[in-house]
Design a protein around this ligand. Structure first.
Ligand code: FAD
Length: 297
């Protein structure tokens, strides 16, 4: 494991809107613990087809109201007209939310084929352009070191990222990945295409390996064979799985840091434990006393 870390590591955390009171309690416990690490921002996802429109809004605005965190809202193009998406964005602006993570989203249809909604924003680049016309939002977009599964070619995917930046996005957050070399090559290709905004690696701490495999299958991320080997035999051993997961993600994050990455975005899955530990390994420590970890988590 490398020891040299950049001086100015910045982290951000992603949450999803809770469905039940119990889920809301665990989200809030995670938010409070991770708040102590003074992240650059936290973001809240938008469910497929806008299914969490209200819950995302509620969660983002509650974070903004009740914490010192800068909250960002994810927003997608799926199943909504431009007017409807614009209305959601205006509500965010009026509520004081200044940062949108602008995404195309995926098809809610059973065949999985994405079809733009008539009268809607077709792709994320169109959404970024539309948002910039509404207000001067800070905008982050998605990037894919292992290439988006629907991209015509690796270059077409980079060209698409460039379009999103040219439309006004100032940060790209990557899909999760585990191959650090692949991220390096992606950064080089982005730089060659004239992309100069930060490309922030998305880190997925693996709370449950089988779920991570399922996620990866859906979004085209690659789980390398060595990870299957590491997690083999741990399906019924949550404690060891968690320790292995922390080791994998901490090694990945520190390897990225050693190659110059300074910003990290964590897919927290609404849990603080692994993310907090990996931040610790990156040298990111509480600036205010952290609420104690839940020993039962
Ligand atoms: P785009 O940038 O629009 O690209 C989608 C695909 O279309 C790419 O293959 C691209 O190369 C291609 N393409 C783009 N423009 C054109 C064009 N004009 N003609 C032909 N092809 C084109 N999903 C959610 O539903 N909710 C979330 O909250 C959410 N958060 C995410 C956060 C991050 C950090 C990431 C990485 C992903 C997130 N996703 C979320 C998943 C995302 O919606 C999917 O990966 C989706 O398939 C692509 O979204 P995009 O914004 O990258 O799309």
């Amino acid at each position: 494991m490398c020891s040299r870390l950049p001086d100015h590591v910045k982290v951000s955390f992603e949450f999803f809107p809770p469905k039940t009171d119990k889920m809301a309690d665990s989200l809030w416990t995670a938010v409070k613990r991770l708040e102590s690490l003074s992240p650059a921002f936290v973001s809240v996802t938008y469910g497929a087809g806008g299914s969490t429109r209200e819950r995302t809004h509620e969660t983002v605005t509650r974070i903004a109201r009740e914490t010192n965190l800068k909250a960002a809202a994810h927003l997608t193009c799926v199943d909504a007209t431009r007017d409807e998406v614009d209305e959601v964005a205006r509500r965010y602006w009026d509520a004081g939310i200044r940062h949108i993570v602008a995404l195309r989203g995926d098809s809610p249809e059973s065949d999985g084929v994405y079809r733009p909604t008539p009268g809607g924003y077709a792709f994320a680049a169109d959404l970024v352009e539309g948002l910039k016309k509404i207000a001067d939002f800070e905008i982050s977009v998605a990037a894919y070191p292992e290439i988006h599964p629907e991209a015509a070619s690796p270059q077409a995917d980079i060209d698409n990222l460039k379009r999103k930046i040219d439309a006004g996005a100032t940060r790209a957050i990557t899909q999760f990945f585990f191959d650090v070399d692949c991220f390096d090559r992606f950064r080089d290709r982005a730089a060659a295409a004239g992309i100069t905004v930060p490309i922030v690696p998305g880190i997925l701490p693996i709370a449950n390996f089988n779920t991570a495999v399922r996620f990866a299958g859906m979004c085209g991320a690659i789980i390398p064979p060595w990870m299957h080997e590491l997690f083999e035999g741990l399906d019924d051993d949550a404690e060891t799985r968690k320790l292995v997961a922390a080791m994998v993600a901490a090694e990945q994050a520190r390897a990225l840091a050693a190659r110059g990455a300074e910003d990290f975005h964590f897919y927290t899955l609404n849990r603080a434990d692994l993310t907090f530990a990996i931040c610790h390994a990156l040298g990111v420590r509480p600036k205010t006393p952290a609420p104690q970890a839940d020993a039962t988590a």
